[in-house]
Each structure stands twice: as structure tokens, then as C-alpha cells.
Design a protein around this ligand. Structure first.
Ligand code: TMP
Length: 215
């Protein structure tokens, strides 16, 4: 029998890896079992964090290179959005004993800002000490995708995303960083996500069911 308890699930991976799709599938599957949950994303998830998200994403499409946010400004914006998100959405939901599914979290900051843009790790760790307030994902799914597959998925999207502005090598590096982060950690699951079938959805659901003791 499922006993209500706070449980924090995070999906991570590069653009086009299917995180958003898989988190929605997991939400549907858990709701069918009567589980109360919150599906959210970073950057974003609250009204204020979503407005910070728009600010960040708008900057990526700003063509004038010189006018772009400095990498520390960019990092601070992600962290500012995270603070709002934790304080007003994640923490309250976990307090109520809900399951929280989040599309990206702190590992995206490590992969993109630290490994990708060489932002000082200590800077981020220091701010995280103040804003995370002990909140840690119970499990993290890292979705691994081939560049061919991710490109195809992104091509199908109607809205533009950062992918257009960064090189393939940036994403190859980001994916490697995610894999590195997951290494030797028992609450991380690295799953191949290049194929478009329902196997992955089933695998994710069965892992979560084991943790939540759902039959
Ligand atoms: P999305 O494409 O998954 O919606 O995420 C928006 C972009 O933000 C994506 O390119 C990854 C990036 N990002 C970071 O660079 N650092 C972070 O900490 C987070 C949460 C996202």
C-alpha cells in the first residue's frame, strides 16, 4: 500500500532528451494510482521564477553578443529562480507529503554553468547552501540521447530554444557532465532515451513504484 510521503524526483539531460515528455508520462502514471503530485520545472515553476526564466531565455536570443548577460549574472538568475521555486513551490508541496517531479534542477547548473561555462563551483555551492534548505532529490533520472535523435526532436518543436544558439559540442559536453555527475551514485538512473517507444516510460514508472512501494 502506498503511504503518503514527500518524494522529490528530478529529470535531467540535454535539450531534446525527452525530459519534459517523460515527466508528463510519469505524472499521468502516478495519478492513475491516486498519487497527489506536483509537476514543475526549472528555471520556472512559480509566477516570479517563470518571469526570471523569460528574462534568461530572451537573453539567449539577443543577437548582439556584447550585450549578453555575463555568465555570473546568468548563473545568479538561475539561482534566483531556484530560490523562488524552492521557497514557494517545492518546499510547501513536500511539506504536504506530495510527490514532486521537477524537469531540471541543480545538476543542470553543474552541467551548463560549471562544466559548460566554467563558472566557479564554489560560488554556486555557497549560494546553494542558503537556498536549498536541505532539499535534495530522492532520485534523479538522467536521460541520455544521441545527437541525431535530439536534433530530430528539436526540429519538430514549434518554439525555438537555446539549441539554435549553441554548438553540438556544447551539448555533447553537457551530456558528458551529466553522466559524470551520476557516476557511482545510487539514487541516479542513467537511461537511454534515443528510441521513441514506450519502454522508457515503463522503466521509469517501475523504478518510482519500487521507491514509493506502489503495487
Ligand atoms: P529547458 O530547455 O529544459 O526548458 O531549460 C531551459 C534552459 O536552461 C536549458 O537550455 C538549460 C538551461 N539551464 C541552465 O543552463 N542552468 C540551470 O541551472 C537550469 C535549471 C537550466
Amino acid at each position: 500500500m502506498y503511504k503518503k510521503k514527500p518524494f522529490f524526483i528530478v529529470f535531467e539531460g540535454v535539450e531534446g532528451c525527452g525530459k519534459s515528455y517523460q515527466s508528463q508520462k510519469l505524472k499521468k502514471n502516478l495519478e492513475k494510482k491516486g498519487i497527489k503530485l506536483v509537476l514543475t520545472r526549472e528555471p520556472g515553476g512559480t509566477r516570479s521564477a517563470e518571469s526570471i526564466r523569460r528574462l534568461i531565455l530572451k537573453d539567449y536570443f539577443n543577437k548582439g553578443k556584447k550585450e549578453k548577460f555575463d555568465k555570473y549574472t546568468d548563473t545568479l538568475l538561475y539561482l534566483a529562480a531556484r530560490n523562488e521555486h524552492i521557497e514557494y513551490k517545492i518546499k510547501p508541496a513536500l511539506k504536504k507529503g506530495k510527490v514532486v517531479i521537477c524537469d531540471r534542477f541543480i545538476d543542470s547548473t553543474l552541467a551548463y554553468q560549471v562544466y559548460g561555462k566554467q563558472v566557479d563551483r564554489n560560488f554556486i555551492d555557497h549560494i546553494h547552501k542558503f537556498i536549498l534548505k536541505g532539499i535534495k532529490p530522492n532520485i534523479t533520472f538522467i536521460l541520455k540521447v544521441s545527437s541525431k535523435s535530439s536534433k530530430l526532436r528539436l526540429k519538430k518543436r514549434r518554439t525555438k530554444n537555446r539549441y539554435d544558439n549553441f554548438s553540438q559540442s556544447f551539448y555533447t559536453k553537457a551530456q558528458k557532465s551529466f553522466l559524470q555527475i551520476a557516476k557511482n551514485k545510487k539514487n541516479y538512473f542513467v537511461l537511454e532515451s534515443s528510441l521513441n517507444n514506450s519502454d522508457l516510460e515503463k522503466k521509469i514508472f517501475s523504478i518510482v513504484c519500487k521507491y514509493l512501494k506502489i503495487k
